[in-house]
Design a binder for this molecule. Structure first.
Ligand SMILES: [Zn+2]
Ligand SMILES: [Zn+2]
Length: 265
């Protein structure tokens, strides 16, 4: 049983906080039909992106939604199933009104699948702190994070082990509460967008630096989880990585890149 559990993983399709040549933005593949965010679906999956049926959005920023536009456009005639887009009500509203709005890109929720009656896109509003069953043994539970727009992270559970994807955030207060009360969480993915000399920008844009990240982590009552770091801005990558090493203290963070895996242990 233990061996079976150890094989569970999340594929990181995009690990970075903005696009640059060779660097994809946030997206995690939970299973072949389900992702969290859509920053880098096309490059990572190419034709396999046809199989994606469920995208759980953390928030409405472009680096998390952009490839919804391109996977639908590229493989429009080959898609046979509706793409369900899940998000907080504010996130769904932003995508509908400002992105797939028939001005910036087609409103695919009013366009039928090629040769079928169902629509290409269906929007589903979700509630924080509610568990959603996504297969027989998988659940996903959104929780609110601290960003410049409405934003949520997700606790993704397979059987009895969970990975916490925290998404863009400044404060880790909610993350700390959930983590300290849920021992099933074995791994946590937290962002570190900026270098420490960009602390003011981090506060204004509600992101973390390594100094801010580890100062908060050091107040956590738990340290028995694997720590993964994502959403680094590629331009400052080397400096941020050096600073993570300088500030990590007792923590042994794994810095994610595209095509890495996150494990449930
Ligand atoms: Zn972002
Ligand atoms: Zn953001």
């Amino acid at each position: 049983m233990e061996d079976v559990k150890r094989q569970h993983s999340i594929r990181v399709l995009g690990a970075f906080g903005t696009k640059a040549k060779g660097f994809g933005t946030t997206s995690f593949m939970l299973n072949p039909t389900t992702t969290v965010d859509a920053g880098n679906l096309l490059d990572a999956l190419e034709k396999e992106s046809i199989e994606v049926e469920n995208i759980w959005l953390t928030h409405s920023h472009l680096d998390h939604i952009v490839d919804i536009a391109y996977i639908l456009d590229n493989y429009f005639s080959q898609r046979t199933k509706t793409l369900n887009i899940m998000g907080l009500p504010e996130t769904i509203k932003a995508v509908k009104e400002n992105f797939l709005n028939d001005t910036v890109w087609p409103d695919f929720s009013t366009i039928k699948l090629y040769g079928k009656d169902a629509m290409v896109v269906k929007y589903i509003e979700i509630e924080a702190n509610k568990s959603y069953q996504i297969s027989e043994n998988e659940t996903i539970r959104p929780f609110l994070t601290d960003h410049t727009v409405a934003s949520c992270g997700y606790v993704y559970t397979i059987d009895n082990a969970s990975v916490m994807i925290t998404a863009d955030t400044y404060s880790l207060d909610n993350v700390k509460n959930i983590l300290e009360t849920n021992p099933d969480i074995k791994s946590v993915i937290i962002e570190c967008s900026f270098s420490n000399n960009m602390k003011t920008l981090a506060l204004e844009s509600k992101h973390l630096t390594s100094e801010l990240l580890f100062a908060q982590l050091n107040s956590f009552k738990r340290d028995d989880f694997s720590l993964y770091i994502n959403h680094i801005k590629p331009t400052y990558r080397q400096k941020i990585v050096e600073e993570i090493e300088a500030f990590r203290g007792k923590w042994k963070p794994i810095i994610l890149k595209d095509e890495d895996f996150v494990y449930f242990r």
